[in-house]
Write a protein that binds this ligand. Structure first.
Ligand SMILES: Cc1cc2nc3c(=O)[nH]c(=O)nc-3n(C[C@H](O)[C@H](O)[C@H](O)COP(=O)(O)OP(=O)(O)OC[C@H]3O[C@@H](n4cnc5c(N)ncnc54)[C@H](O)[C@@H]3O)c2cc1C
Length: 420
């Protein structure tokens, strides 16, 4: 083995393989209290909440900031998410530009029912895109002088079962880097390295892959509805959502492995019109230019516990839900709302009580949302089995016609209180 030494500071040396050589280079080395991996909603909000606990953090992100802020994903905020964002000074633009919705429409061929969550459970939801939440968080963190490392590669987690864990990565400029911390938090979504840093012997996982995907489109056209439409149809599920008064977000149930190239715009609008009930009661779907198309696989996944030594997991890094219940973003927010005070207590007073309780407390809500997302998904997506279709119709009618059924959906959809 040939070793080249590029630095004198022994403690800062990092070994890297470069072709046949092992090269030692000076690491760009920093120290913080909490190293956060991932600048999605979970990571950004955690850094914001930790600052309020008097705890310093560094956020490490593999993508560019522009990419993260433009990534089209969720857009429905539960009332408890809005309350939390309000409480930490992030609600101003949300209230100005977001849309408060009292409920949703539930429909199947020939029938459309409005479920009024405010009447049923006293709270509704707010339509405000994840892109906007991410931008608001980014601005707030800039104002607070948050340290970010964007466009890093090869993120790795080390010594997680000690009190001195650290994270290594390669910076955007190609330099090896290391961040020493008291705690590492994995907010790096379903494909990040945090989840896989937990040995199989230290955690249990549960998984369900659904036999369908969503084709999601973003269209530059005013929504054709005042509130979301969830439509059961023999051809497959469809959802009419929105992001603003000029941008609609629409989804179609499609087979897994669907290629977006097989779905030109005309085919998408025709299928949406058919499944959403074009002409039903005089209702019309207005088509418009489609600016984004993607296929989203439908999966449920939970990893427990959400802690391994000094590594804590939050958001999609620990659990995935199919988007039918609009829970992914809200769960990420609920996780970090529990985790920030727990880490604050751990790092400022060395009291471990809340940190030790984090996983169990978070998982109570995670499993509730996992069940609700599965329930909505299996009620609304067609399997091709005529017996399933009859059961789905019966369940839809019960939810739409029974106050108990409607209240159960409303309570879960509008969201349970933080700390449920
Ligand atoms: C493709 C996709 C589409 C979705 N669409 C919808 C939708 O239409 N409706 C809906 O309700 N919900 C949707 N969701 C769910 C919702 O957006 C997520 O639940 C939410 O983003 C979770 O936030 P998070 O911060 O936990 O994870 P993420 O938002 O995934 O953030 C994780 C961050 O970690 C970064 N990262 C990954 N690997 C590394 C690494 N090695 N080093 C450093 N950083 C890393 C990622 O780049 C990312 O910025 C979607 C999710 C996905 C993945």
């Amino acid at each position: 083995m040939i070793t080249a030494v590029f630095a004198q500071r022994k403690d800062a040396l990092v070994e890297r393989a470069v072709g046949p050589f092992t090269v030692r280079m000076t690491a760009d080395r920093a120290r913080t209290q909490v190293a956060i991996i991932g600048a999605g909603p979970a990571g950004l909000l955690l850094s914001h909440l930790l600052e309020r606990e008097g705890v310093e953090s560094v956020v490490v992100e593999t993508r560019s900031r522009e990419y993260v802020e433009a990534r089209i994903r969720a857009g429905i905020l539960e009332s408890s998410t809005v309350e939390l964002l309000d409480a930490v000074g992030l609600g101003e633009r949300l209230h100005r530009e977001g849309f408060e919705h009292r409920g949703i429409y539930l429909q199947w061929p020939g029938e459309r029912h409005h479920l009024d969550f405010v009447d049923l459970v006293g709270r509704g939801v707010t339509v405000y895109g994840q892109t906007q939440v991410t931008k608001d968080l980014g601005r707030a963190r800039d104002a607070a002088g948050q340290e970010f490392r964007y466009e890093v590669e090869d993120t790795q987690l080390h010594d997680l079962t000690t009190e001195h864990p650290y994270v290594t990565f390669t910076t955007g400029e190609g330099r090896p880097a290391r961040i020493d911390a008291d705690v590492v938090v994995g907010c790096d979504g379903s494909f990040g390295p945090s989840r896989t840093s937990v040995p199989a012997s230290a955690a249990r996982t549960w998984e369900r892959t659904y036999p369908y995907s969503w084709l999601g489109v973003l269209a530059d056209v005013a929504p054709s509805t005042d509130e979301l439409i969830y439509a059961w149809h023999p051809d497959g599920f469809a959802l009419h959502s929105m992001r603003s008064s000029t941008v609609s977000r629409l989804y179609l149930q499609v087979p897994p492995e669907t290629d977006v190239a097989d779905w030109p715009d005309d085919r998408i609008w025709a299928a949406l019109g058919q499944r959403l009930g074009q002409g039903q009661g005089g209702w019309r779907l207005t088509p418009g230019p489609i600016s984004e198309k993607s296929v989203l696989p439908m999966r449920s996944f939970v990893l427990a516990p959400m802690q391994y030594g000094r590594l804590f997991l939050a958001g999609d890094a620990a659990h995935i839900v199919p988007p039918t219940g609009a829970k992914g973003l809200n769960l990420a927010v609920a996780d970090v709302a529990l985790l920030a005070p727990a880490l604050g207590r751990l790092l400022t007073t060395k009291d471990e009580t809340l940190a030790e309780a984090y996983s169990e407390s978070a998982l109570r809500r995670v499993w509730r949302c996992t069940h609700f997302s599965w329930w909505m998904t299996t009620m609304l997506h067609t399997s091709g089995d005529p017996f399933d279709a009859q059961l789905q119709r019966s369940q839809l009618e019960w939810v739409a016609r029974s106050e108990a059924g409607a209240t159960g959906l409303a309570e879960n959809y509008a969201g349970l209180p933080i700390g449920y």
